[in-house]
Write a new protein. Structure first.
Length: 404
């Protein structure tokens, strides 16, 4: 069952009315969470989907590197025997992320009042996703909190590394192409008009390429240059809608994983995330039917989120994990075969970790190959663009020199 946010109203021990928004699995768990805060629940209603999206947009965000540092420090301190409340206080002072630092003060107070750490973290859903809360809860139940927090730190560190790989593969060519577009528009709009007056004094017919370039310069001076910021604004709006409007986000995510080269990198990274988080949950003794909904929430891509949900539904219907994965179009056949071996040999966790390591290594290699392949293509494109502009401007000069 996925986490959802509730608008609740209650009364504290002093009889004062309290209200707020809290994430929980259901009303029963919400009542228990509030009881630990010494608040008696009177009324609760689940937020509509559109309102929940607005709430999530208004909440502060955590970052994977900051969360990795936080849980790494907590794991080290608790493993050294320092009480959890004191460890939370010590780590909060070293956090540079403002929203996370403020949330840690509330979390420390809740834990000091007797609230379980997993429930205290769940009160800040924009900072701590359901998977993180589920792994902390598993560590609490298995009396292995420091071990699970070390695993959580590794999970967030690898997530940050995966995002960095994708950014490296996409930001460089995008930046180069944007700079080329700005330079080209500047040349056409500012430099070509000066050549145009010089060409007019020749009194001869200009080459076709030069005439087209002059017409393009006139169109830009007449207001055509507004097309560039309009296109950039439209791309920005579409990107925002693709993140926050569910139908467009689903279309975007399904399109991304089907792209020829970049899609392969993304599919491998998502497969690695699924395998590693599932290995962490199973090592803590969490049943697969309980682990998969939390893992699905952590899959940033909707195509893979839906696939993981379907795998969980298949397991609840009595199917084996290997069968459910083989019927999904998101996970490779080799993964299903390796999972089958892990299930039969009783080494599912080890096999999932091996799958994650293999997929991450393949994704890193593919990202490097993608970047290396795009560099010469970008150079060729820039050469054709800038060279074409220079040729169009100087071709009449060359012809005039030959005529003289």
């Amino acid at each position: 069952m996925a986490m959802q946010r509730f608008l609740w109203r209650g009364i504290d021990q002093e009889g004062r009315p309290r209200r707020g928004i809290m994430a929980s699995l259901d009303v029963h768990q919400l009542r228990g969470d509030l009881r630990e805060r010494e608040i008696a629940l009177e009324e609760a209603s689940a937020l509509p989907a559109w309102l929940e999206r607005l709430v999530m947009l208004s909440l502060p965000r955590g970052t994977a590197p900051a969360l990795a540092d936080l849980f790494s420090e907590l794991a080290t301190l608790t493993e050294a025997g320092i009480p959890l409340v004191q460890a939370l206080e010590m780590t909060a002072g070293a956090i540079r992320n403002g929203p996370l630092r403020r949330a840690m003060g509330t979390i420390r107070a809740d834990v000091a009042a007797g609230t379980a750490l997993s429930r205290a973290l769940a009160s800040h859903p924009q900072l701590f996703d359901p998977l993180t809360c589920a792994m902390v809860r598993a560590g609490e139940q298995a009396s292995a909190l420091s071990t699970l927090m070390a695993r959580i730190a590794e999970h967030h560190a690898r997530s940050a590394s995966a995002r960095q790989q994708l950014r490296r593969a996409m930001v460089y060519p995008s930046t180069i192409l944007l700079v080329a577009l700005v330079v080209s528009v500047t040349l056409i709009g500012l430099v070509v008009p000066r050549f145009e007056s010089m060409f007019a004094s020749f009194g001869a017919e200009l080459p076709v390429l030069t005439r087209k370039l002059i017409r393009l310069a006139g169109w830009l001076r007449g207001g055509g240059w507004l097309l560039v910021p309009t296109l950039l604004a439209a791309i920005g709006v579409m990107a925002w809608l693709g993140m926050h409007y569910q139908p467009l986000r689903r279309l975007r995510d399904h399109t991304l994983v089907r792209m020829p080269i970049a899609g392969s990198v993304l599919r491998r990274l998502l497969t690695a995330r699924f395998a590693r988080t599932l290995a962490i949950m199973t090592s803590a003794g969490v049943p697969l039917t309980e682990a998969l909904p939390a893992i699905a929430q952590a899959m940033g891509n909707l195509a893979y989120r839906e696939a993981v949900y379907h795998v969980g539904e298949s397991l609840r219907d009595g199917q084996r994990l290997e069968t459910a994965l083989s019927r999904s179009h998101c996970f490779p056949e080799t993964m299903a075969r390796m999972v089958a071996i892990g299930e039969e040999s009783g080494q599912l966790e080890r096999m999932l970790m091996r799958i994650a390591d293999r997929e991450e290594a393949a994704a890193e290699q593919a990202a490097r190959a993608l970047t290396s392949a795009m560099e010469p293509l970008i150079m060729i494109l820039l050469g054709l663009l800038i060279g074409g502009l220079v040729l169009a401007m100087y071709l009449p000069v060359f012809r005039l020199g030959q005529a003289l």
